[in-house]
Design a protein around this ligand. Structure first.
Ligand SMILES: [Zn+2]
Length: 97
């Protein structure tokens, strides 16, 4: 499948929360305990989402909280998330935030 998220060559992006996975320790694991390229350790472990019931809206709230903690303006954080989350694989079937 063609994806629009792959132009950051080198750094893997979590396809659930959009976090750059700068090191293998940030990558989640599949059922066999092997590292997955798709999801981070906070979202995905042993082949399952840690919060399987979460929605893109909840994820946006969570991510906005972290971004504001890192000094970003909340409106700016939400604008970025509204633009980037729907492109991620986990939310690609969701059309609005
Ligand atoms: Zn993640």
């Amino acid at each position: 499948m063609e994806t629009t998220t792959s132009h950051h060559s080198g750094t893997l992006i979590c396809q659930s929360c959009g976090m750059p996975m700068a090191g293998a320790e940030l990558q989640g694991t599949d059922r066999e305990g092997k590292k997955t390229d798709e999801y981070c350790v906070y979202c995905y472990e042993s082949g399952e989402f840690k919060q399987p019931e979460t929605t893109m809206e909840v994820m946006a709230d969570l991510c906005a909280g972290f971004m504001v903690e890192e000094g970003m303006d909340e409106a700016e954080a939400r604008r970025i998330l509204a633009d980037s989350l729907p492109r991620l694989k986990r939310w690609s079937t969701v059309t609005e935030i």
